[in-house]
Design a binder for this molecule. Structure first.
Ligand code: AMP
Length: 130
């Protein structure tokens, strides 16, 4: 069965899309630690980060960098934090999280955003992708 992220990539489940290329897809986390919390996933469905083939791993990091640079421009913050967990969704994803304090990298602290805020944030990040 396809992962929830494969369903998002295929457009079967809606998402606040930020960026996409042939191999990677970035969208806003639906339960964010901070405004702008973004997930970057390879379209290839692999469970664990270090099980990716080297080209996909390097491509994922490169695509994540591109998204992170745009995110930092779109959402004022001290820096972008990076985390890879995958305990909830077994499809590799890089969390890019705008940091204001250590609290933002603690997955017990969440913020709630309106649909309009999600849409406006995704649009703003997308516009800053180079
Ligand atoms: P983890 O697998 O522990 O790295 O966490 C999975 C992350 O995916 C969590 O931060 C969830 O909020 C996020 N998530 C789960 N379902 C969706 C969805 N449909 N759209 C966006 N983010 C999601």
């Amino acid at each position: 069965m396809s992962s929830i992220f494969t369903k998002i990539i295929n457009g079967e489940i809606p998402s606040y899309k930020v960026a996409e290329d042939e191999n990677f897809f970035a969208f806003l986390d639906i339960n964010p630690n901070a405004k702008g919390h973004t997930l970057v996933v390879p379209k290839k469905e692999v469970n664990k980060l270090f099980d990716l083939d080297e080209a996909t791993y390097n491509g994922l990091m490169s695509f994540s960098r591109k998204v992170a640079l745009a995110l930092e421009k779109a959402v004022p913050c001290k820096r972008i934090g990076v985390s890879v967990i995958g305990l909830e969704v077994p499809h590799v994803h890089v969390h890019l999280i705008p940091l204001h304090s250590m609290q933002n990298i603690d997955f017990k602290h969440k913020v709630s955003l309106t649909k309009e805020e999600f849409e406006e944030t995704a649009k703003s990040i997308a516009e800053n992708i180079q």
